[in-house]
Write a protein that binds this ligand. Structure first.
Ligand SMILES: Nc1ncnc2c1ncn2[C@@H]1O[C@H](COP(=O)(O)OP(=O)(O)OP(=O)(O)O)[C@@H](O)[C@H]1O
Ligand SMILES: [Mg+2]
Length: 505
């Protein structure tokens, strides 16, 4: 065949860093105001993950300084695990490098977040990322790093020992950003972070002035998660091939029991009988066609129990109710949850709180706050499946739409959140998730209706309560400062007793 080579471009390949450099809007770095927000968000996510790993109550401090108009310096520090020193250059200056690729719930997913913020800082201000970190060693380390974008490799400008007050990490990034337009979103993000992580405390400072200090609403740390074995419904061809390659002479029956969750001995026997395969057949004698049959049969096999929930960390009833109450001071609230169940083999739980007396008045759909793996989602709401499901419910039937404002807080936690883009802002529509979300919303709707019928507290009461709550928080803050105490005592319990808030379940 005759080919006209003059019409063909030159073929080449680009590194992952180059890809995200060219397509930074996909990762949440599309414009200067979103860039400041995304930088804070990525650093805070990493910090809380690291504190939970260290089994310490997160104490996360965010400070933003405007160096000159349009250039800001963002610093986030935590009391987490610290980063092993030889891993720092790759973890912070190499795209798609991280330690969160296992099947358990973490805030981080892609091994991209902090590097993307560093990359954005580098290309807009030509400044390196600065990391000070300390693991359980006696001394910490200080790094200045750049990214070799073309080759996706870290470039170390400085690496020396550094004193730090105990374990943890502090990351500083200089970037071009619009602080005025992002300030409010960052405030909301940090406030909502304390709702989804009630065991964490957030502090926010702008140009040296304290803007927000809140959290530690709930003292208990979440139970640690453990990675789960693959679920049979997630057994696509690639996964099966990898597992088979490691299985050697093991029998088909033992292979199934050892490799997958929810595959007990009896279930494996039933499954192989149904497939008419010999349970004693050695794995290394399986042909290509057997493997393909095995994969499609596993994915569609019914009669498995609920997926393993130990890999998940829902907020939980007590903690979720306490945090919503502490931040929003509603007049009544109710909690519900569904799961664990799975989508394509990924375990998930959906939980929610409906709160009366907070949100927009006279709206026929409640105000929605979205969370995924304990991270508040503030952008791209209209494209999110949680928003779509909220709109699908007929709320008027549950008494919503009068003058009483109602808010719904929905938290999806999963070993894998089906985000629509690397910016982790909106959740894709999947039938399994849609079904559970709708059922939960209707359940919350039914308890809302009961509460509203039982003579809801008036909007004025809620307003009074909010004002009282605000005043009490100020008193607590002043008292703590007078007594020179770092920790501001929580006023939630006092307010609850004074206003006798109902918890309907
Ligand atoms: N504050 C921190 N404390 C401890 N480890 C950290 C911290 N920040 C980053 N890391 C390490 O660096 C790795 C890379 O972080 P990065 O934010 O790029 O990716 P990720 O958190 O794994 O996933 P995502 O792209 O979703 O954020 C993390 O997996 C973690 O191991
Ligand atoms: Mg991250």
């Amino acid at each position: 065949m005759n080919q006209d080579n003059s019409l063909r471009g030159e073929f080449s390949s680009i590194s992952p860093a180059e890809f995200f450099y060219r397509n930074r809007q996909m990762a949440g770095f599309g414009n200067p105001s979103q860039a400041v927000y995304s930088t804070v968000r990525e650093l805070v996510e990493n910090s809380i993950d690291a504190c939970e790993e260290a089994r310490r109550q997160p104490d996360v401090r965010v400070s933003i300084d405007e160096e000159r108009s349009g250039v800001v310096r963002v610093t986030v520090s935590d009391n987490g695990t610290g980063v092993p020193y030889d891993e720092v250059p790759n973890a912070f200056a190499r795209v798609l490098y991280g330690d969160k690729f296992t099947a358990r719930q973490r805030r981080g997913t892609f091994g991209l977040g902090v590097t993307m913020a560093a990359l954005y800082g580098q290309i807009t201000t030509d400044s390196p990322l600065i990391v000070v970190t300390q693991t359980n060693h006696a001394t910490g380390r200080y790094y200045q790093l750049l990214i070799d974008i073309e080759n996706n490799q870290p470039v170390i400008l400085s690496d020396k020992s550094h004193e730090r007050e105990g374990p943890g990490t502090e990351v500083t990034i200089r970037l071009k950003g619009d602080l005025n337009r992002s300030r409010e979103r960052i405030y909301d993000y940090l406030q909502l972070t304390t709702v989804a992580s009630p065991h964490a405390r957030m502090e926010f400072t702008i140009n040296g002035s304290s803007i927000l200090k809140m959290g530690w609403w709930h003292q208990l740390l979440p139970t640690p998660t453990t990675p789960s074995k693959p679920h049979p419904h997630g057994a696509d061809l690639e996964l099966i091939r990898r597992l088979v390659a490691d299985a050697g002479e093991r029998s088909l029956h033992d292979f199934l029991v050892e490799s997958f969750q929810r595959m007990g001995k009896r279930t494996a026997t039933r499954f192989l009988k149904f497939l008419a395969l010999n349970p004693r057949q050695a794995m290394n004698t399986l042909g290509r066609e057997d493997i393909s049959r095995l994969s499609s049969a596993l994915r569609s096999f019914d009669g498995l129990g609920r997926p393993d929930g130990k890999c998940l960390s829902p907020i939980g009833k007590d903690a979720f109710l306490t945090s919503v109450e502490s931040v929003f001071a509603p007049s009544a609230l109710t909690y519900g949850s569904r799961g664990p169940t799975e989508w394509s083999g990924n375990a998930f739980i959906i939980e929610g709180v409906a709160a009366i007396g907070t949100g927009a008045r006279a709206a026929d759909v409640p105000a929605l706050y979205r969370f995924a793996n304990r991270v508040p989602l503030l952008y791209d709401s209209s494209e999110d499946t949680l928003t779509k499901m909220l709109k699908r419910v007929n709320w008027v039937q549950y008494g919503v739409g009068s003058t009483t404002p109602v808010s719904i807080f929905l938290h999806l936690c999963s070993t894998k959140i089906p985000f629509k883009a690397a910016g982790k802002q909106s959740i894709a529509s999947l039938p399994e998730i849609e079904h559970e979300v709708l059922s939960l919303l209707r359940e919350l709707g039914r308890s809302l209706k009961k509460t509203l019928k039982r003579g809801e507290r008036s909007v004025r009461d809620a307003q009074k309560k909010r004002e009282f709550d605000k005043a009490m928080k100020q008193v607590a803050q002043f008292s703590a400062e007078l007594a020179e105490r770092d920790v501001v005592p929580s006023t939630a319990e006092l307010i609850r007793r004074l206003f006798e808030v109902d918890h309907h379940v």
